[in-house]
Design a protein around this ligand. Structure first.
Ligand SMILES: [Zn+2]
Length: 86
């Protein structure tokens, strides 16, 4: 099986408004709030028009925090319940 040629692109309405990215691999949809994050430029947008500005800002904030604390979050997510360092 060779899936590397499977370049899925999203519909026009879902393209990143900032850099016009349409490659589905680079557009991550958050199913919780319907927001899409463009991995190409880091832009967060709302293709469905259902999220509020506050939700978009919160998503941007969440992502930038994730970026800063990526290592820490990954470790605590993976080992949070096993690591009991009291
Ligand atoms: Zn983009």
């Amino acid at each position: 099986m060779n899936d590397q040629t499977n370049n899925e692109s999203v519909g026009e309405g879902f393209a990143c408004p900032n850099c016009n990215e349409t490659n589905a691999d680079n557009l991550v949809c958050n199913e919780n709030n319907g927001l899409v994050t463009c991995l190409e430029c880091g832009h967060v947008y709302d293709p469905l028009g259902t999220a509020t500005d506050e939700e978009i800002e919160a998503e941007e904030l969440r992502l930038s925090n994730l970026d800063d604390e990526k290592a820490e979050n990954t470790v605590s997510e993976l080992y949070g319940e096993q690591m009991d360092m009291s």
